[in-house]
Design a protein around this ligand. Structure first.
Ligand SMILES: Cc1ncc(COP(=O)(O)O)c(C=O)c1O
Length: 400
């Protein structure tokens, strides 16, 4: 034993924070790892567990990034992002939502993840309670816990299209409650908060002095004619968005947030400290997303997702595994498997090991009825979806 080992042995302090025990890895990742092991043994696996578009980034974005590299635009940018990109996003709010959002209120972040971490640091204090839905995107709970605060889970049900009700918020609200964090469209349910619901929730948040935060990362990938931004119903909302999903730039790590005017300065200080700035090349690349060529390609992809959605939801219904609620956005189907199993993790394991279909158990997204649900993504080709349906049909016949 050398000196360092001896010293280590005598130090009692653990290296990692105890509270990290709550931060679990995604079950979707475990599924992916096992799926790739099976693939390397020669099996064909249908991937319905993946939460990212299967298309490569469109050429106009790639070209804009290449040009920026050639021009040596590789230094840090301003902590809130390059001005041109913030203007393009401001125009996007005007085009999509008829809103006037000043570019100064927009901060470019390293993915929606970077935006969520920044907003957690901006808004959440130790001891606070934040209302979030169950199920929801898993990291949100963890970001709140990392602030030594408590995520207060609001169960949402399929028969209400996975929308929380004001009466539930009312019941959960107490003197420690500081905000409500939502997502529309939601991961894993693919459901959206319609204008009436969003307005009611925002009005409640304002009346009870809670901040109102909505993750809009799947905006653009929606299949209903009216998908309001939280900023339309509450000008003081905190909004998160990203280039990952609609713009197909998951690996570029680029997102943005919109904050009320009076928070810009503090949010900027946090951005400087947390990550200095988002990737410069990714930001210059993202400018290519706002060209007519890119816009055509991105809309084409949205159509492709829509066609897959229609096919997949119908086919699942035909084999007895219908979506639990109408899939109006994102690329996820949340389905109730309780006719076939009382344990969605075991169900997913069986689907993968025996039938070669990878999907994510509900336990990734919360606690409420999580054993009853699985999430399936239509982020794979139509041919693969058809093969997936064939295999699932076989599996369900043997279980039913
Ligand atoms: C609802 C939601 N928010 C945030 C994220 C993180 O996205 P990003 O890649 O922009 O960090 C995801 C990723 O799947 C998500 O589903």
């Amino acid at each position: 034993m050398d000196y360092v080992d001896k010293m280590r042995g005598s130090i009692k302090t653990p290296f990692a924070r105890k509270s990290l025990k709550h931060v679990n890895s995604f079950k979707a990742m475990d599924v992916m790892r096992r799926a790739s092991e099976l693939e390397s043994s020669g099996r064909k696996i249908i991937h319905l567990e993946v939460g990212e578009p299967d298309f490569p980034t469109v050429a106009p974005i790639v070209d804009a990034a290449k040009k920026a590299l050639d021009e040596g635009l590789t230094q840090y940018t301003s902590p809130t992002g390059i001005v041109d990109l913030k203007y393009r996003l401001s125009e996007l709010y005007s085009r999509r939502h008829g809103l006037s959002v000043s570019p100064e209120r927009i901060l470019i972040t390293p993915g929606a993840s970077g935006g969520l971490v920044l907003l957690a640091n901006l808004l959440v204090e130790a001891g606070d309670e934040i209302l979030i839905t169950d199920p929801a995107y898993p990291c949100v709970r963890n970001f709140i816990r990392l602030m030594s605060a408590t995520p207060r889970l609001i169960p949402i049900d399929a028969y209400r299209n996975f929308r929380p009700m004001v009466s539930q918020l009312e019941k959960a609200n107490n003197s420690s409650t500081k905000g409500i964090w939502l997502a529309s469209p939601n991961n894993p349910t693919g459901t959206v908060l319609d204008r009436e619901t969003l307005t009611k929730l925002a009005v409640w948040a304002r009346a009870t002095n809670n901040h109102f935060l909505v993750d809009e990362i799947y905006h653009g990938l929606h299949y209903v004619s009216d998908l309001p931004s939280a900023l339309e119903v509450e000008s003081k909302s905190f909004v998160i968005n990203s280039f990952s999903k609609y713009f197909g730039m998951t690996g570029w790590r680029l997102g943005w947030i919109v904050v009320p005017d009076e928070y810009v300065q503090q949010a900027t200080r946090l951005a400087q400290n947390l990550y200095i700035c988002a990737s410069s090349i990714s930001q210059y690349g993202a400018l290519g997303a706002f060209t007519p060529d890119a816009e055509i390609l991105l809309e084409h992809r949205r159509n492709e997702f829509n066609q897959r959605r229609v096919y997949f939801c119908n086919a699942l219904s035909e084999i007895g595994l219908p979506p639990a609620a109408s899939v109006d956005g994102a690329f996820y189907v949340y389905a109730d498997i309780s006719h076939f199993s009382d344990n969605s993790q075991k169900f997913c394991q069986l689907m993968l090991e025996k039938y070669g279909v990878a999907m994510t158990p509900g336990a990734d997204f919360g606690e409420y009825k999580s054993d009853q649900y699985v999430r399936m993504s239509f982020t794979t080709s139509r041919d693969n979806l058809e093969l997936g349906i064939e295999r699932l049909q076989l599996a369900l016949e043997s279980l039913g």
